[in-house]
Design a protein around this ligand. Sequence first.
Ligand code: SF4
Length: 147
Amino acid sequence: MTKIGIIICARYRDCGGGKCFRALRERVGAFSRYPASEPVEIVGYTSCGGCPGGNIELVPEEFRKNGATVIHLATGFIVGYPPCPDIRRFKAFIETAFGLPVVVGTHPIPQKYIDVHERLPFWKEGGMAELIEPLLRESDEIKTAYN
Ligand code: SF4
């Protein structure tokens, strides 16, 4: 069984996880990689701890002890203003230090964010385009449904 730990951007630390848990149930966004027939379990959900993300150093170990097989960095990392500047370092650190694969994203990117970000010249700089490409493949209908 896939066991997932979710880390969210602390700017949204009070978020109730509505879109993330809905997306997991609907197997859309970054969760489309898990077939609907495959059981999954959320084994942890927390924030990065706030800039510069001190909890990234600690919480993956707690997730791993609870059986995590994969970690998702929530979609808020890439749709906030500004997008998290350290997301690539976080992904590399977690994968190197804890041996857990890191998936960028949780729920689909809401279309209303894409509409604004696409007009910002810096959104896809520094490797971000590569990170978000799988999420951008989502259908417009679904992205709009997550506005
Ligand atoms: S921008 Fe990055 S480091 Fe800062 S709170 Fe959000 S995820 Fe954490």
